[in-house]
Design a protein around this ligand. Sequence first.
Ligand SMILES: Nc1ncnc2c1ncn2[C@@H]1O[C@H](COP(=O)(O)OP(=O)(O)OP(=O)(O)O)[C@@H](O)[C@H]1O
Ligand SMILES: [Mg+2]
Length: 287
Amino acid sequence: MTNHSIVAHDLTYTYGNLTAVDHVSFEVGEGEILGYLGPNGAGKSTTVKMLTGQIRPKAGKATLLGMDIAHETNKVQQQIGVAFETTNLYEQMSAVENLKLFADLFGVKADAQLLLEKVGLGNRGKERVGNFSKGMKQRLMVARALVNHPRILFLDEPTEGLDPVSAESIRNLIREARDGGTTIFLTTHDMYEADKLSDRVAFINQGKIMALDTPYKLKQQYGKRQLKVEIENGDGQIESREIMLDNTDTGDIVKGLLDGKKVITVHSEEATLEDIFIQITGRGLAG
Ligand SMILES: Nc1ncnc2c1ncn2[C@@H]1O[C@H](COP(=O)(O)OP(=O)(O)OP(=O)(O)O)[C@@H](O)[C@H]1O
Ligand SMILES: [Mg+2]
């Protein structure tokens, strides 16, 4: 049996009449990165709150590292790291002080300097966090989530609003953690990031998981296979044509183009996760 770090079974949460998370089930293997994707209001944060013991499921249960989060909340929380919209930093304290305080809460020793270097804040450790930019605070939250050497890391939009270099350094940190055996539950709106980082991705919409698989398999399943051909039309103009690969007349069309006109470029096009996202949810990222 493979080791599952997270097992969600029929996880359900309601706010009044609204079912925010609706009988969601999935497993995340040890050392796996699961991308959890969905439009605004889909139920991603509510799922994370249940998984991390911030709220109790109304039905179903979540097992982390073999323990029921609702029953062994403290024990589980010792072994997980959370960088989440609701996790607050102490603004009047320095970055180093924030990390040390958090380490004390866990009863562990933290190499604050090393953690800060990992998130690109190596030379800002003594500054008041209140003076940090949004992106710097976000990076500090990721560093803080690593303080207790967590076996599972929950990251809610970890690179949102970061400049490209900072975002890439956070992604590298995530990969490094994964390679060290940490399991990662990642919510993001960045489809490129989800594709590059995730071993598997789940698409959630209106509280339900609509698809869950590797990015590769999802693209195979949902993607249309097509060729994009650029031809010179005879008048010195370049035209672009899209040819579906699975139609019966595909061969004739391609042959006709190659015989009659001057083909300049041919590219095969695969679906992106964003295409699939829109297909599954019936709407764009904005909700
Ligand atoms: N505290 C709350 N009280 C009432 N309704 C809530 C509360 N928190 C969330 N909801 C509702 O639950 C649904 C799911 O919200 P949730 O925050 O889990 O979405 P999300 O997928 O994280 O969205 P986003 O991408 O915007 O972060 C939404 O319809 C939201 O309005
Ligand atoms: Mg959210």
